[in-house]
Design a protein around this ligand. Structure first.
Ligand code: ZN
Length: 319
């Protein structure tokens, strides 16, 4: 008897709860879903047939920029400069001379706004050897999913307690064409802040890659790397001492963090070690993504930025 009563009560409770759940889902903002699901959803969108490839000057690239712009709107970031989240790279779509190739840039404004953290990742990809549209899941839908999710968390936090420094979220275009998006961006804004530093994400969350490459060969970035390694130790994020994009000690690639270093600012790049043979091939697909790794990374970055793990006063010179 008791059991039955409990069963009835339970099913009533489950019925009520499931209905609350359904209603909550419908009423919730599109991006206020569970975090892991959110990262996965971003990945699945950017790697879907409509978006995959994301090659500069293609419809898929425009769609990816649009998706990121809409996401920034949805999570209520502020526009960084001008009237739109789109920020021109100076490049134009071939045959459509009025059509700009854009970075997508949002900001969480701090109370002082004299200094800034730049959280960056590129969203463009390349065309495959046979002209096929590659997914580019690791390179670099992964980085975009992490900065979008981190930005969402940071902006929720900023509404409770405003940060002192600006946090600038940059989704770069035209990285694969030779760091054009970041080059143009820094040309325009390298003097905007008194002090700044950059965390750039390119190729993370690969399933069978156990460690981030956290070796550093840039003197001005060393304290930034030390601070991140310390937090990784606390949070149990696996890393090693290899330099980003090297294989057997030989440099095989680079990313947008280089541009920050060119202007003398500390810059750290997060990327999985030992994935050189996967990126820019058909094996760089969603089957090889560990969503919980991406979620974990966004949590750690949220902590790093919101709790000022790297003291900006350590930066000796701006430019
Ligand atoms: Zn990349």
């Amino acid at each position: 008897m008791k059991k039955i009563v409990i069963k009835v009560l339970l099913s009533v409770l489950i019925f009520i709860l499931s209905n609350i759940g359904a209603e909550a889902l419908i009423n919730k903002e599109q991006y206020e879903v569970e975090s892991t699901e959110n990262v996965q959803k971003i990945m699945e969108t950017l790697c879907s047939d409509e978006y995959r490839g994301r090659v500069v000057a293609t419809d898929e690239n425009i769609k990816a920029a649009e998706y990121i712009k809409d996401y920034f709107t949805e999570i209520e970031l502020d526009i960084f400069d001008g009237k739109s989240f789109y920020n021109e790279t100076g490049l134009r779509y071939r045959g459509k001379e009025n059509f700009a190739i854009n970075n997508v840039v949002g900001v969480i404004k701090g109370t002082e706004g004299e200094n800034a953290v730049f959280l960056t990742a590129h969203f463009d990809h390349i065309v495959g050897d046979n002209g096929q549209k590659l997914m580019g899941a690791i390179d670099n839908a992964s980085g975009i999913s992490v900065i979008l999710e981190t930005a969402r968390k940071l902006n929720v936090e900023a509404k409770k307690k405003v940060f002192k420094d600006d946090i600038v979220i940059v989704a770069y275009n035209a990285e694969e064409t030779g760091l054009n998006g970041s080059n143009e961006f820094m040309k325009k804004y390298n003097k905007k802040y008194n002090k700044c530093y950059n965390i750039n994400i390119d190729c993370v969350g690969a399933k069978n890659c156990m460690e981030l490459a956290m070796g550093n060969n840039d003197v001005k970035s060393e304290k930034l790397y030390s601070a991140m390694r310390e937090l990784f130790n606390e949070e149990g994020v696996a890393y090693n001492d290899n330099i980003y994009a090297t294989k057997n000690g030989v440099l095989r690639g680079t990313s947008d963090h280089q541009i920050f270093r060119m202007y003398g600012y500390p810059s750290l790049v997060l990327g999985d070690d030992n994935i050189i043979d996967i990126v820019h091939t058909n094996n760089d697909n969603l089957d090889n993504i560990d969503y919980s790794d991406l979620e974990k990374l966004s949590e750690v970055l949220f902590k790093f930025i919101s709790e000022n793990f790297y003291d900006m006063n350590e930066i000796k010179t701006g430019n």
